[in-house]
Design a binder for this molecule. Sequence first.
Ligand code: MN
Length: 485
Amino acid sequence: MPYLIEGETGDWEVVIGLEVHAQIVSEAKLFSGAATGFGAEPNTQVSLVDAAMPGMLPVINGYCVEQAVRTGLGLKAQVNLHSVFERKNYFYADLPQGYQISQYQQPLVGEGTVVLDLADGSSREVGIERLHMEQDAGKSLHDRDPGRTFIDLNRSGIALMEIVSRPDLRSPEEAGLYLRKVRSIMRYLGTCDGNMEQGSLRCDVNVSVRKAGETDLRTRTETKNVNSVRFVMQAIAHEAERQVAAYESGGTVEQETRLFDPDRGETRAMRAKEFAHDYRYFPDPDLLPLDLTEDYIARIRATLPELPDEKKQRFMAEFGLSAYDAGVLVADRETADFYEAVARGRDAKTAANWVISNLFGALNRKGLSIAESPVSAENLGRLLDLIAADTISGRIAKEVFEVMVETGGDAGSIVEEKGLRQITDTAEIEAAIDKVIAENPDQVAKFRGGNEKIAGWFVGQVMKATGGKANPKLVGGLLKEKLRN
Ligand code: MN
């Protein structure tokens, strides 16, 4: 179903492009050796280069280049052998150089593709226009003093990748999927930790609307620095509605930069949009162009891990999972590894159900990540083995699992301690059946009178009488025999 906004004059389509600023995982900054850890005291991770002292020269951090190349390869993108750092000139208190070193005409990475896994199991490709490297700015602290603003330069010079999508996204949901997917790929690669609360991943959201069927793009607005997936989706929905209302009432949409206010769930005008020429870009004379070799790129390519799309395909082929289940399991690497450890050598679909329904359910309830799971993959595997060996029934397994979640205990020991072993001794089951039959002559009469459906009720009674421990298959077989005689 296409996402359309209904207006007085017809349906409107939303056109969305995202610019993602992703902090590169690196101990040191892009052009200096200063540290990059989050949460340090203000201005304790600032070199003379980051503070833009006169005469200081930037020196490129080779590891950051490698990380950006790795990301480009993960986005199935063209890595350019020749790229150029340029100065993007603007004045702001948190930018001591008076310019940001970025890439403009010749970025490190060109066109690529991200695959979105849609809710209905289908997928859709979104184009990547480019990925370039640039420095982060410092931070203005407005809340430390009633009359003054302080500047923290810890972020100044931290390496960022700006990943620009094509305007291929058509709904808030698709934008959310795209952002999650890009984050997932970078986490698999270890190139960005994707932590949006800490600002390692920020998103500029470009939105325009047009009448359904129009092919030209209308004026877009850019909502800056949105810092959660949910806020990105909210900002798009609000901005699209606002633009439709403007056109519908005979007005226009201005090209401008806007801010998202999470408390009110709406966007607000911040300033008229700058155009590229406002920044007077020119090649940074302090830095040589970046010239890479095919060999260098091939070496990085050889170290890439299996990425989510490939892993998903493999899980479908190897484990027979649905596209949906496979997509859920590969969304992050820890979950995929956890699942694989449980599934290997066992019934893979049962393993998927247990991880997705029972384990995720328990983790959600407790607010834990998979890395913090009280139930280890090994332990969950042992629980599945007990079910497969008919030592416990599926129903009892759920009970055992709840104990495992609370105590982190081993499935086998819990079953023994609590005496939950399935009853497979036919004599014991027969005794329970005889008792139920003796106590319920009316129901027996109904069965014998032709109401065979009532057999299910008898199974339930016998299971209850045995504390859920009787093997349900044995109970079913023996019951029918006894009821018929
Ligand atoms: Mn940027």
